[in-house]
Structure formats: structure tokens, C-alpha cells
Design a protein around this ligand. Structure first.
Ligand code: MN
Length: 715
């Protein structure tokens, strides 16, 4: 474990202006608060934050990051509060520690790693300050280094898998090659010790055989590069067992001689020298075709830059060589973390070659929130997504703008079909509300619920849209077919006939229908009239004479509606918005006398019998249909629209809504249509059970002194 003075000295060595006092206080505080807690290794717990801080000094990170590393487990694992940290170390440190704590909680919440890509994105999205992520990665590096002490093999494997699936790719994403290689290899050791063991054995064998070969190659390469005065540092390093294993799995690589498992690196002073060195090597040795890559002119998305080439090199060994400048080297190894190093050693980050880094750093320093950060970074384009959790901690990724209904369908189609409400972070929210990053969503379901056509208007995910649409289509067909059957039954009866499958079956062909249901649906939809079907089945029926009976509203006037009521079509059970629509001109309510108008392709629109709109259908009696609310109570609520004039004074609107609320009415919409100094005029939509419910509300409103008039709105 690193001693306090050593840690402080290390930081001071690369950052002379570091806050020594704060570093000391953080060290002592972490030690004191973690107290006698121990790690699986038996070491005192506080050795862990200190090691994590030590790892970060290798990246030469600023003292705030080092202090954050020292304090990173206090909030999660001790009695320390964020407030304590803020009062001792200031807001900045508290914010960083909070970030790391949040990532830790996230990690604890999601036990499964099958959504690794999403989880990775979430971690990145939640790291408002990239230093939070660096501390978290260093934390993981140390935990992986000490993984072997954990007793449970299951737990070890889980952590190793998570490291391989989430943290190593994350390290790569932000350009931290060093972290990535170490994390992958440590995970590999846990997940596939046999494979790693055999590769290591082979490596050792080749190394013993090759003897001094690496040094020999390095010397010769150096001579070749420097032949015309280019100054270069040349080194050789053994590839990690995991990277060899990975290449063996994905590519057909040879694994015969030592040079196959070494990578050689040439570091020079300038970009010009990179190409110069490349030219010298290509002049001296045969080039392996297809191995040359210029990542200097075309950097990798994570900012990596180098020249790669393959040579039949010294002693005719096939080798790989990477050529880069010192700055490129630092960025390759440290990625984002290289920034702090540049900052304090005054190396200017300029020119096109650092644009990626500069942009990233600019954004990190100036972005006020993670969305803004992500919107601008080239790191990853996923601001079009939002990540939420189930109560069990499973991660669900959805398109931005997603609602609880989208979430429900993402969990399971069944859950989507039956969802009636949602709790987000413990609070009930509307089904159409937009979900945010990190929300925990609990879906409330009811067995009697079915998808509503309304949902289609606000869901954004393809799965939800498709499911709802399919359901609506299916249901709609059922509804049209049921409506059509009833319409036919009624008109057949009025002529003294019974509707039978046999009778219908005989005329299916004529109407180009495959089954009775198809013909019923055509009638329900208004594409075929009941009369046409009747005449087809019984050609003897002459239509003109009987029409009056069928359409009682014509000629004899509206009063006859009453007589026909016994034969009226019940609309109960038909879902509004599908085969049956309530007219928006008159907002019919149960208990009122109503009439239906068949609209081709749309089904039946229900109006109140005194609705003025009906006048425009006088000339098309065949479209009129006698409908009735079914007997008995309906639990469904209906919209009644009121035209209200209220005096313009404080509290009058409150008064209005109180009265309506007391009468068990629910205001679903309110629109002020006119406002003068004395009065408001408005339209109020109220959800009510039936006409009596609405007239009760009207009476209650009329009794209030602030309300000058209330009428049912017509139009
Ligand atoms: Mn930790």
C-alpha cells in the first residue's frame, strides 16, 4: 500500500501546484472512515482507495481526481454523507464523488450484462465529468487485480464478464489502451484460465527459444530508422495473452516464432519523422502486403493515431511495427486522460491532429449537462436513446421520447397490452409522459385492459407501434363485423326474415366476401348497405315501400325514434373510436336519445337526436341507423362539453373546478374562448357517467355565484 508521503510526492512530481493539504486530508479521512473494514484479501479496506489513487497518478491526473479516488467508496460504504465531503473538500470534489457513487450504484443495480452495449452507453452518459469515468475505471482495474481473493467463483466470473463486456470496451472507447489491455487480460485469466495458460506456456517457450531476439530486432530497426539522422526510440513488447487469443479466434494468425507475438514501436519527434521513418523501414525491408495502415491522416474514432506496417524484418522475421510521435503515443496509451498531462506541462494541443481531443476537452469543460456533452462528442451517437430500469434493475433501452407504454411493450408484449398506469421513481405518471435517463419504471397492469387506439398517437418505439396497430386492426375488424351483423339482423327482422349463415353464405360470392364475417364487416364499415344484402338474399323484396319502416326518422319525423327503440341497435360493448364514434358536435351521453349515421369506411357516428348536424344527412336516409345505449350501467366515462361564463375574479376558476370535482366529474379539457374584464367564456370538457350526471353538474354550477351561465355546448 502506498504511503501518504509517497502519494503526495508522486502528485507533486508532475503537478507542483497540487493542493498538498487537501491530498493529505483526503488520505487520512478515507483511512479513518473505512476504519477496520477489510477487503476479501484480508487487507484493510482503505488500501483499496489508496491503490486506486495510485493508479491514477500513473496517468498524471489532476489532484481533484486523486482526491476523488481516495474518497470514492466513502458514501456507498461508510456513514459519510455527500454533505460531509462537500464541507471538507468543496463542491467540485463532492460532485465528482457523487458521480462515482452513482456509477457504483448503477453497477450494483444491473446484475445482468446481456445489455452490455446499452449499459456501457449509460455509464458514459451518466459520467457528467469524464474524470468520474476515469476514477471508476481505475477502481475496476484495482478490483480486477485483486479479483482472485474473492471466494465465490460465481461472483468472480460475473465481475470478470462485466469487465470484459462493459469496462474494457469503455476504456477503449475513450482511448485508454493501457487500461483496456490490462482489464481484458485480467478478465481472460478468470474466464478462461486454460486457454490463457496454454498461450503463456507457448509464449515462454518461444521466448526461451528466441533468446535475445527481441533486443536484436530492436537494435536493427533503430539502425534502419536512424540511417539518415531521424531520432527515434524503438522498443518491443510482448502482446498480451488475451490479444493473441482474440486474434487467433478472429484471424488466421501464425503463432510460430517469437516475432509473431511481439509488437515493435518506433517513437519519433514529429509527424514528418513518422513518414520519414516509415520510408526508411520500407527501403530496408520487404513490406508485407495489406498490412500498412495510416491512422495519422485518418485517426480512429477514439482519437488513436499511428502508422502501422508489416515487414519481413531483421533476420527475416515477420514483424509488426507501429510508428508514432510521443504525443500520439501518450494519447494512444492514456486517451482522454492524456489531456491533464498536456495541460500542466504546457504542451500546446493544437493543429488538426488534435482536433478530436481538443473538441472533446472543450465540451467536457463547457458542457453544462450530460446531454449537451453527448450531443457534441464524437464519442458515440446515442443521444437518440434513453435508458431506464425495471424495478428489478434490468436495463431497457428505448428511443428518445419513449413513454411508459413503450417501456411496457419493451418488457413484454403482454405487459404492454394490459398496462393501465406507471410509476416512475415511485411516482404515478401519465402513460403518455416522456421517460428520462436512469428512470426506474414500474408498470401497473390490469387483466381487463386492452391496447387503446389513442396510444398509437404517442408511442415512439417500433415494437409498441406495431403491436398496438395490429391489435387495433384486429379489434376494429371484430367490431365492424359485430356492428354489421347487428345491422343486418335488424333489417332482416324488419322484413320478417331471420338472418342465417345459410342465407348469407349463398350471397358471399356476389359481395366478393370469403366468409360471413367479411360481409358483416363490410356492412359495419358502411361499404355495403344492409339493404343491398337483403335484396340479394330475397330478390322479391322491393325496397321503396319499406324504407320508411327501416328509417323511421325520415318523413315521419324524429318522434318515431321512440317506437323503434325496441329494435334499436345496442352500442354498448362497441369500443368508441373504432366502429363507433361519438360525434364531436354534440357529445352524446348515455341516457340521451341518439341516432347513428353510417359513414362509408368508418362505421357509425353517434349524434344526439337534436343535433343540428343531422340536418345535413336529410337527403341520405339510407345512412341513418337507429341506435340505443344498452340498458344497465356502463362503467365507461363519456365526455360532456359545457359552455360556461364565469365572472373574471380571483378564485373563480378554482370555484368552478371544485364544484365539478365535488360532483365526481373529471375535467378533461378546458379552453378559454373569450376573456373580457368582467367575464371568462370557456368550454369545459367533463368526464361523466351519463346525461343525468352532467345535468347534476350543470345544476350545481348554476347555483354558484361566480358562474353567470352554463349550457351544454352545441358545436
Ligand atoms: Mn471502489
Amino acid at each position: 500500500m502506498m504511503r501518504q508521503v509517497d502519494l503526495v510526492e508522486r502528485v507533486k512530481a508532475y503537478d507542483p501546484g497540487a493542493d498538498e493539504d487537501a491530498l493529505n486530508r483526503a488520505y487520512v479521512f478515507a483511512m479513518k472512515m473505512h476504519g477496520s473494514q477489510t477487503r476479501a484479501s484480508g487487507d484493510p479496506y482503505f488500501s483499496h482507495p489508496i491503490e486506486v489513487a495510485g493508479i491514477l497518478t500513473e496517468l498524471k491526473l489532476d489532484h481533484s481526481s486523486i482526491i476523488t479516488a481516495l474518497l470514492h467508496d466513502l458514501v456507498e460504504d461508510t456513514d459519510t454523507s455527500l454533505g460531509d465531503i462537500e464541507s471538507m473538500f468543496g463542491r467540485d470534489i463532492a460532485r465528482l464523488v457523487d458521480g462515482v457513487t452513482k456509477l457504483t450504484r448503477l453497477e450494483l443495480q444491473s446484475e445482468q450484462t446481456q445489455h452490455a452495449e446499452n449499459f456501457r452507453k449509460l455509464l458514459l452518459a451518466m459520467s457528467e465529468d469524464i474524470r468520474v469515468l476515469l476514477v471508476k475505471l481505475a477502481d475496476r482495474v484495482h478490483n480486477m487485480r485483486t479479483l482472485k481473493f474473492i471466494e465465490s467463483a460465481d461472483k468472480r466470473r460475473r465481475i470478470a464478464r462485466e469487465t470484459m463486456d462493459i469496462y474494457a470496451p469503455l476504456a477503449e472507447r475513450i482511448g485508454m489502451q493501457g487500461f483496456k489491455d490490462e482489464l481484458l487480460d485480467l478478465a481472460f485469466a478468470e474466464l478462461n484460465p486454460d486457454a490463457r495458460g496454454s498461450i503463456l506456456t507457448r509464449l515462454d517457450f518461444l521466448q526461451a527459444q528466441g533468446d535475445d531476439l527481441p533486443n536484436l530486432i530492436v537494435d536493427q530497426l533503430k539502425r534502419a530508422v536512424a540511417s539518415d539522422g531521424v531520432e527515434a526510440w524503438v522498443s518491443g513488447r510482448r502482446k498480451t495473452p488475451y490479444s493473441i487469443w482474440n486474434k487467433m479466434q478472429h484471424k488466421d494468425i501464425t503463432f510460430e516464432q517469437l516475432s509473431d507475438i511481439m509488437a515493435f514501436r518506433v517513437v519519433v519527434g514529429s509527424i514528418e519523422d513518422c513518414y520519414h521513418a516509415l520510408g526508411n523501414l520500407h527501403a530496408q525491408y520487404s513490406v508485407v502486403p495489406g498490412r500498412f495502415k495510416d491512422y495519422i491522416s485518418t485517426p480512429k474514432p477514439n482519437g488513436y493515431r499511428s502508422l502501422h506496417t508489416g515487414l519481413i524484418g531483421p533476420e527475416r522475421h515477420r514483424i509488426e511495427v507501429q510508428i508514432r510521435t510521443r504525443d500520439m503515443h501518450d494519447i494512444a496509451e492514456l486517451g482522454v486522460a492524456a489531456h491533464w498531462k498536456y495541460k500542466q506541462s504546457e504542451i500546446k494541443v493544437d493543429g488538426r491532429q488534435y482536433r478530436w481531443l481538443r473538441e472533446l476537452l472543450d465540451i467536457m469543460e463547457h458542457a453544462s449537462n450530460p446531454e449537451e456533452f453527448l450531443e457534441h462528442t464524437k464519442l458515440e451517437m446515442f443521444q437518440d436513446q434513453v435508458f431506464c430500469f425495471t424495478p428489478k434493475g434490468d436495463l431497457i433501452a428505448l428511443p428518445r421520447g419513449a413513454t411508459p407504454v413503450d417501456f411496457a411493450y419493451a418488457v413484454h408484449s403482454e405487459v404492454g397490452d394490459t398496462c393501465v398506469g406507471a410509476k416512475v421513481n415511485g411516482r404515478i405518471i401519465p402513460l403518455r409522459a416522456e421517460l428520462g435517463n436512469g428512470d426506474q419504471v414500474e408498470i401497473l397492469t390490469s387483466r381487463t385492459q386492452t391496447p387503446s387506439p389513442d396510444w398509437e398517437k404517442f408511442v415512439v418505439s417500433g415494437k409498441a407501434k406495431a403491436r398496438i396497430r395490429r391489435f387495433v386492426h384486429m379489434k376494429e375488424r371484430d367490431q365492424y363485423s359485430e356492428l354489421g351483423r347487428q345491422i343486418l339482423q335488424k333489417s332482416f327482422r324488419e322484413e320478417g326474415y331471420e338472418l342465417s349463415d345459410k342465407a348469407i353464405g349463398a350471397v358471399l360470392k356476389k359481395f366478393k366476401a370469403d366468409a360471413p364475417d367479411d360481409l358483416f364487416a363490410a356492412v359495419g364499415k358502411g361499404n355495403t348497405t344492409a339493404r343491398e344484402v337483403l335484396v340479394a338474399v330475397y330478390p322479391g323484396v322491393r325496397d321503396t315501400a319499406k324504407r320508411r319502416h327501416l328509417w323511421p326518422f325520415q318523413g315521419r319525423g324524429r318522434a318515431s325514434a321512440n317506437k323503434a327503440k325496441s329494435a334499436a341497435l345496442p352500442i354498448k360493448g362497441l369500443i368508441p373510436g373504432m366502429a363507433v364514434h361519438y360525434a364531436h358536435c354534440c357529445h352524446p351521453l348515455p341516457g340521451e336519445r341518439i341516432v347513428g349515421i353510417v359513414t362509408t369506411g368508418k362505421g357509425v357516428t353517434v349524434h344526439t337526436i337534436d343535433c343540428e348536424t343531422l340536418a345535413s344527412f336529410q337527403d341520405t336516409p339510407e345512412r341513418w341507423i337507429d341506435v340505443a345505449w344498452d340498458v344497465g350501467e356502463t362503467e365507461d366515462m363519456h365526455t360532456g362539453r359545457l359552455h360556461v361564463v364565469v365572472s373574471n375574479e380571483p378564485g373563480s376558476l378554482g370555484n368552478l373546478s371544485t364544484i365539478i370535482g365535488k360532483s365526481q366529474g373529471n375535467i378533461s379539457n378546458l379552453k378559454i374562448t373569450n376573456r373580457s374584464t368582467d367575464f371568462f367564456e370557456m368550454l369545459v370538457d367533463v368526464q361523466v357517467q351519463d346525461i343525468k350526471h352532467l345535468t347534476d353538474i350543470i345544476a350545481a354550477l348554476r347555483a354558484a355565484s361566480v358562474i353567470s351561465s352554463v349550457e351544454r355546448a352545441r358545436r
